[in-house]
Design a protein around this ligand. Structure first.
Ligand code: ATP
Ligand code: MG
Length: 409
């Protein structure tokens, strides 16, 4: 076992004042959850005013780091070597060996930073810094000291044991999942909505998701693609309850009763209405979509206004001001892009008009929606009854009945 522990650095949590321990506990839970699937035994604790992961057995280092890199709230992961307390001569040898192993190549500037809470150690931290600095310079002539802006910060902590660390692997930042309540993500098979979910999740908000399926016009494979996307997002946000709603009847009815250039906008209003009902049923405090101004006809400002007016919950649109390229670059970074571009049909694309309205007027749309009044309420009720709840986590998905699942909310 090369590293016996990880020191976890977090940024924003540190600013939370009196609630700090709540945030730290939430982060510890998320770390434990993330490490569950990693081969090895870990113990995650708040200690010395920070989060420390003790590796209690041999473990899969690469997998552990990969999982930790997805935990919102972590801004840095430092792999730590732990040694018994040793006298300064041995310490010098041990630190030189550590540096040689960590940096076998290249020329670097460095600084030694010692903390000595264990006051029984016979030298103070400045003396230890000086001794270790000299030892490193002597053993590794290609290294030089830079006390202001070193490339390598060689940290040595002298507590009940000795801790060495120098690398910091970046984490995703943000806030630990669940600390900020829950929202309902409208998740399609596209590029934008998984990114939107990731961004809201990064603010510590848990996600439920809804997908509108239109069988037989959309296939099982399209649903599988959405489940796969949810699973990729769940690596960061933790498990997601995905509501799979059959939207076919409503879509066909709109197609039959309303002007075709208004299909998309009316359909989107029903998507939002149903999402809001599901959100309220499941304790979500907002809706999340992957809309971006001007991207398509249904996302002009006028169209967004008309869609928005059917909701009372706030609708969060984290990619609203982004170009497609910016959204694509995030989707590549978080690993959803390759799945998003698989060519399976989406229910929106099946009934699209050649020339959808780009400047819909709310009064006109409301008026045309009256054509639906005879059957639509019943259809919405039936659509909600089709709700198939799928619990999706980073490992995959399974259907659950209702919400009496082992997962705590
Ligand atoms: P995306 O890349 O996320 O699919 P898009 O550019 O294709 O977005 P639209 O099809 O207009 O845009 O959809 C806008 C938003 O509406 C999506 O980002 C998503 O939040 C939601 N949405 C669209 N289709 C569905 C669907 N079948 N089920 C659930 N939500 C959907
Ligand atoms: Mg789409």
């Amino acid at each position: 076992m090369k590293y016996q522990a990880f020191l976890i650095k977090y940024a924003e949590i540190g600013t939370k004042g009196k609630n700090r321990h709540v945030f730290e506990e939430a982060l510890c839970s998320q770390i434990r959850l993330a490490l569950k699937s990693v081969d090895g035994k870990f113990s995650v604790n708040r200690i010395y005013g920070r989060i420390f992961i003790d590796c209690r057995s041999d473990y899969d280092y690469d997998d552990a780091v990969e999982k930790l890199r997805c935990v919102f709230g972590i801004c840095g992961i430092c792999p730590v070597q732990i040694r018994e307390i040793m006298p300064i001569e041995e310490l010098k040898e041990a630190v030189v060996r550590f540096m040689e192993e960590e940096y076998p190549q290249g020329e670097h500037t460095f600084k030694v930073h010692t903390k000595r809470p264990n006051k029984t150690y016979p030298m103070d931290s400045l003396e230890v810094n000086a001794e270790l600095g000299h030892a490193i310079l002597e053993a590794m002539p290609r290294f030089s000291v830079d006390v202001h802006d070193p490339e390598i910060m060689m940290n040595v902590e002298i507590r009940e044991k000795m801790f060495f660390y120098s690398h910091e692997i970046p984490g995703p930042g943000g806030l630990p999942c669940g600390i900020g309540g829950k929202t309902m993500l409208l998740l399609s098979g596209g590029i934008d909505s998984p990114v939107a979910g990731y961004m809201i999740g990064k603010r510590g908000v848990k996600l439920d998701a809804v997908y509108y399926n239109a069988p037989p016009y959309t296939s099982e494979r399209a649903l599988q693609k959405v489940k796969d996307l949810a699973s990729l997002v769940a690596r960061y946000t933790g498990p997601i309850y995905l509501h799979n709603i059959n939207f076919t009847e409503i879509q066909l009815y709109i197609y039959e009763q309303c002007p075709h250039d208004e299909l998309t906008i009316i359909m989107r209003r029903y998507m939002m209405r149903i999402a809001e009902m599901l959100a309220k049923r499941n304790g979500c405090l907002g809706l999340v979509t992957g809309e971006s101004i001007g991207q398509v006809a249904s996302q002009t400002l006028a169209a967004l206004n008309v869609t928005n007016e059917v909701c009372t919950l706030p609708v969060f649109r984290p990619v609203i001001g982004m170009d497609k390229e910016e959204i694509v670059s995030i989707s590549k970074k978080i690993g959803t892009f390759e799945t998003s571009i698989l060519p399976y049909e989406d229910c929106c694309t099946i009934f699209v008009a050649k020339h959808p309205v780009t400047k819909p007027k709310a009064e006109v749309i409301r008026d045309h929606e009256k054509n639906l009044s005879e059957k639509i309420d019943e259809m919405v009720r039936r659509a909600l009854e089709t709700d198939e709840i799928i619990l999706v986590d980073a490992q995959g998905d399974r259907i659950v009945k209702g919400r009496e699942d082992p997962l705590e909310d």
